[in-house]
Design a protein around this ligand. Structure first.
Ligand code: SF4
Length: 355
């Protein structure tokens, strides 16, 4: 009998019924994998349902206007995923005539698909023997075999990939991969693993030795970078001015008010000089900055200290030509915006209602 047979029995009995487990369509599996990266199942599920209903196949997604996709993605974070997803969709239509590949060799060639996603799609859609190694699998393997190699080190990654493929059930890789991930998500949790109800309790080395809570080992992360952003919100009663964020980095292709970035907090004199460079206000009269909202906004590798300055002004005094875009306050929800700007909008909206 396979040593992991109790795991498969447990999985068949207790697995969550999730929509992407009911299909072997590689497009839908890929969609779920993109949405679930760095995202909890409960948060990702409504997005999966929304996207799979709106775009039934890769061709529909490839043809979708980017603005629409970004808007639908709003609130899920890590927006580069949405941009990469669009690029992959176009590439698949071009290279594979709209038929999403389900074999590892073709999948790994596609932009935005790494070893994990290629293994997940090829095993779930085609039952190809490739082991998936995500955060849950790292945790289960490190505890099961009492591995102390850091999971985010070069050697650790190689070691875990090798062990994951050694223990992979070659006859049924799809169930094996799903079961390993499900065990990590439901039983072998980071803080409070439910070892008493774990199907692998009797063979788990770290549990027998009592050090399972110290595993997996991770090298400490680098300190997040601090960034300072001043957003200039021009309020011309009925509308404001937005700008699409371009270039690489955070919030690519999302709308936000024109902004000024600095490496530390800047005083008002410097800020005014920088605002002049934006050429947002056509008037020669000095503008009045009203600090309405400030907050610290945490991203994975960056801490953003943001200040939103509102400038009340006449419609005629605003520049509305590119790169600026006129956005009516009533229509602002039609624009795809990042979470930080969304926080400001909610606050500002509430404040307007109270005054
Ligand atoms: S016995 Fe505990 S630590 Fe070991 S795999 Fe099961 S849940 Fe994880």
């Amino acid at each position: 009998m396979n040593a992991l047979a109790p795991l498969y029995q447990w999985y068949n009995q207790y697995k969550r019924e999730l929509p992407w487990r009911q299909t072997n369509d590689p497009y839908l599996i890929w969609l779920s994998e993109v949405i679930l990266q760095q995202t909890r199942v409960e948060q990702g599920l409504p997005y999966y349902l929304k996207f799979s209903a709106a775009f039934k196949n890769i061709e529909q997604l490839a043809r979708a206007p980017e603005e629409k996709v970004m808007k639908m993605w709003q609130g899920l974070g890590y927006y580069s995923r949405a941009t990469n997803m669009m690029q992959t969709a176009k590439l698949v239509v071009e290279m594979h005539q709209g038929k999403f590949p389900s074999d590892y060799a073709s999948l790994i060639q596609l932009k935005g698909i790494g070893p994990y996603t290629a293994a997940a799609i090829s095993s779930f859609a085609s039952n190809e023997a490739h082991a998936v190694v995500d955060g849950n699998v790292y945790r289960v393997l490190s505890r099961l075999f009492n591995i102390k190699e850091p999971i985010n080190s070069h050697n650790g990654k190689k070691l875990f990939a090798r062990i994951a493929n050694e223990v992979l059930n070659k006859k049924n890789p799809a169930t094996h991969n799903q079961a390993m991930m499900e065990l990590g998500a439901l039983i072998c949790k980071p803080q409070k693993p439910d070892c008493e109800n774990c199907p692998l309790r009797l063979q788990c080395i770290s549990y027998q030795e009592g050090n399972h809570l110290q595993l997996p080992i991770k090298n400490p992360k680098k300190k997040p970078v601090m960034r300072y952003l001043n957003f200039i919100v021009a309020d011309a009663v009925n509308f404001t001015i937005l700008q699409k964020r371009s270039g690489k980095g955070i919030w690519h292709n999302l709308y936000e008010p024109p902004s000024i970035e600095s490496t530390s907090i800047i005083d008002n004199k410097i800020l005014m000089a920088e605002i002049n460079k934006l050429a947002l206000f056509k008037t020669k009269k000095p503008i009045r900055l009203n600090k309405v909202y400030e907050c610290k906004h945490q991203l994975t590798h960056q801490t953003i200290y943001a200040v939103f300055w509102v400038v009340a002004c006449k419609a005629s005094s605003l520049q509305t030509k590119p790169p600026y875009v006129k956005a009516g306050w009533k229509d602002i929800s039609k624009f795809a915006v990042h979470r930080l700007f969304d926080k400001f909008l909610k606050y500002y909206n509430l404040q307007q209602q109270l005054t």
